[in-house]
Write a protein that binds this ligand. Structure first.
Ligand code: NAD
Length: 256
């Protein structure tokens, strides 16, 4: 049902962004993939996705830590009916030792990038008379953990920006919402399992349930496909009156 729409997904050469891009392509949208790497693999990924789903897929390099590159990404895309702000990084250190450059990078990539892409995309959505903005926030956009000051601040900021964007577009056929995932099984998370098994002397199942998913009551990871399908739902007509809010996909984390 998204045939003819163009979706721009930031930070989409791996993990959640890639999963979301796949689901949007499956629903018929043309897709713009993005990261800061511009490797042969990035372009091959776009070609493969296009073949798999029979849609147009382009890869456009842009570093989401740069305001200019965020805005240039939308300009180069040419159209942006669906904007998914997903690019993000993490750093875990107590506040007094938290490196200033890490704070600045996380605030820029995880939060400010969404402001810049939204600012560039809204005129295109208004011209098209339709638009969907989906910000990939986090359970950490609604709750906190120690040692993740920049990440938690940025994700709370994204939830705030989501509300303001929802209000500024409330009387148009444009919506803006944030998805707040709990722990999602991405390659990044998968790669941490063997080391954690060694560290705690636990088997895979115990590492997942007792260490990683300590705060996730379902004791199951969310999947990139589930985040993708939630994004597709937010793009549907059924979600036309859902705006300026958050949807948690966190196995009950924020109910605790
Ligand atoms: P990931 O590391 O697999 O993906 C991050 C993506 O962002 C990659 O495609 C990377 O290329 C891109 N990226 C990083 N820095 C960039 C930059 N400067 N410019 C452009 N692209 C850049 O991680 P993921 O788990 O898929 O995370 C994706 C998003 O989901 C992040 O915003 C993250 O905070 C959020 N999230 C993840 C989880 C989880 O458990 N995995 C939970 C909640 C929220």
């Amino acid at each position: 049902f998204l045939t003819g729409k163009t979706a721009v997904v930031t930070g989409s050469n791996s993990g959640i962004g890639l999963g979301v891009a796949h689901r949007l392509a499956k629903a018929g949208a043309d897709v713009v993939l993005n990261s800061f790497t511009d490797s042969d693999e990035d372009h091959a990924l776009a070609e493969k996705m296009a073949g798999e789903h029979g849609v147009k897929v382009r890869y456009i390099k842009a570093d989401m830590s740069s305001a200019d590159e965020c805005r240039a990404l939308i300009e180069k895309a040419g159209a942006c009916d669906i904007l998914v702000n997903n690019a993000g990084i993490q750093h875990v250190t107590p506040i007094p030792e938290f490196p200033v450059e890490k704070w600045d990078a996380i605030i820029a990539i995880n939060m400010s990038s969404a402001f810049h892409t939204t600012a560039a995309a809204l005129p295109l959505m208004r011209k098209a008379g339709w638009g969907r903005i989906v910000n990939i926030a986090s359970a950490h956009g609604l709750t906190a953990s120690p040692f993740k000051s920049a990440y938690v601040a940025a994700k709370h900021g994204v939830v705030g920006l989501t509300k303001v964007t929802g209000l500024e577009t409330a009387q148009e056929k444009i919506t803006c919402n944030a998805i707040c995932p709990g722990y999602v099984l991405t390659p990044l998370v998968e790669a941490q399992i063997p080391d954690t098994m060694k560290e705690y002397g636990m088997n895979r199942e115990d590492v997942i349930k007792k260490v990683m998913l300590e705060r996730q009551p379902s004791k199951e990871f969310a999947t990139v496909e589930e985040i993708g399908d939630t994004t597709v739902f937010l793009c549907s007509d059924a979600a036309a009156q859902i705006t300026g809010t958050t949807i948690s996909v966190d196995g009950g984390w924020t109910a605790l």
